[in-house]
Structures are given as structure tokens and as C-alpha cells.
Design a binder for this molecule. Sequence first.
Ligand SMILES: C[S@@+](CC[C@H](N)C(=O)[O-])C[C@H]1O[C@@H](n2cnc3c(N)ncnc32)[C@H](O)[C@@H]1O
Length: 217
Amino acid sequence: MSNGYLREDWDDYAMAFQGIMPSMMLQLNQAVADRMGGDVIDFGCGAAKIAPFILEKTSVRSYTGLDYAPEMVTRARWMLAQFPGKPCVILEGKIEEARLGCHDSALSINSYYAWENPLRALSCIFRALRENGTFVLATPNPLIDMPALLKASERELIAHPYWQRFREQNLAFCGNGTARFIEMDELIAQVRSVGFRVAEAHQKLYMGGLNFLHLEK
Ligand SMILES: C[S@@+](CC[C@H](N)C(=O)[O-])C[C@H]1O[C@@H](n2cnc3c(N)ncnc32)[C@H](O)[C@@H]1O
């Protein structure tokens, strides 16, 4: 693998990551879910922590998650089993190599920065959407201040049994020299180059450290 993110690192991260949802992450999941409808697909779904937020929307028909880390996939499948009712599936594989049917909405949260080939992944996401479909992409920009975000979250999570592990792993993931923490302008240029229109772009979440893009096909 050419960048510094290994499948095994994500697997190692899965337990603490699944067990903890700081309120700023909850706010992000809610904001993304509010923009989803129809058949939804989640690229780099991790443990599918957003699935409960999405599945409660009456406008959502189905949820598909895609991730290449086996332990994340196992945990995502467990998550979906807790919320039966709508058709759901978790696929194991790389975004860049996926062959998918057509969906109404797509999302990708905090995964872009680890992609080896972002343009290839973005093209794949574009192809997985119907005309006028929606894509919400959320990924850190160079202003991301992980120590400050963790300090803010510590107040609510300090006694959680996974907190120390979650904290250390987040610092390590953020400190990985190959992370693509991308400026909003550059990210917008990339999504436009594969065909997306920008409906909304802001940096209101994660203390300004997150690019939030609401796109249309
Ligand atoms: C920080 S986690 C975020 C998970 C989830 N989106 C969330 O916000 O709860 C990033 C996930 O992206 C996945 N990932 C990274 N690159 C990927 C790729 N090229 N194809 C599929 N999954 C990928 C990792 O396995 C990991 O589970």
C-alpha cells in the first residue's frame, strides 16, 4: 500500500472507535443523515455508526455500507442487526474497485484523507449515483486540531473504558504524515472534475477543521 494507512490499523482501531461517539461526531452524523434519502450508500462506512441516524429517516429506503477493513465490516454488520426493518447490507472491499448499482444518496465521512487515489474513488462514487443524486463528503482540512478536539471531548468521555485508546489512536491517525488533509478549494476542484455540482460547502463542524460538502450529480 503506498500511503501510511494499513487495513490492519483500521481493524485495530475498530473496537474503541465503535464504542465511542463524542457529541461533535454525533452532530456530524446527524447533519449528514438529514441530507440522505432513498437508497443510501456509505463509502468507508467503518462500523456503520451513522446507520441508526440514517435508518430512522422515513425518506430512506435502504442502506449499503462499503469498507475494506474486515473488523470494521464485522462490527458494521453487528450494528445493522440491531436495527432490522429496512434492507441493509455491508460490502467488504475498496471504494476504488467497487462495482455498484445505482443509489439516490451517498456519503463518506472521515475516510477521504486515507484514500490512495482520491480521484479514482470520487469517480466510482459518482458512477454509483443516479442523475440528481446527492453526495455528502466530510473530511478534515489542514486546520484540523486533533489535540483540541480530544480535549473538548474528554469532558464527556474521560471515564469511558475505551477513552484512552480512542484518544491515542486518533492522535496517531491524525499524525500520520501521509494524511490528505485538503483545503476546501482543492477538494471542490476535485469533486467538480469528476462531475459533481456543489450545493453547499462549509467548515462549521470540528472547530473549523472539517470540510463539509453537499454535492449533486
Ligand atoms: C475513520 S474511519 C470512518 C468510518 C465512518 N465513516 C465513520 O465516520 O464512522 C475510516 C474508514 O475508511 C475506511 N477506508 C479507508 N480507505 C478506504 C478505501 N480505499 N476503501 C474502503 N474503505 C476505506 C477504513 O477502513 C475505515 O473504516
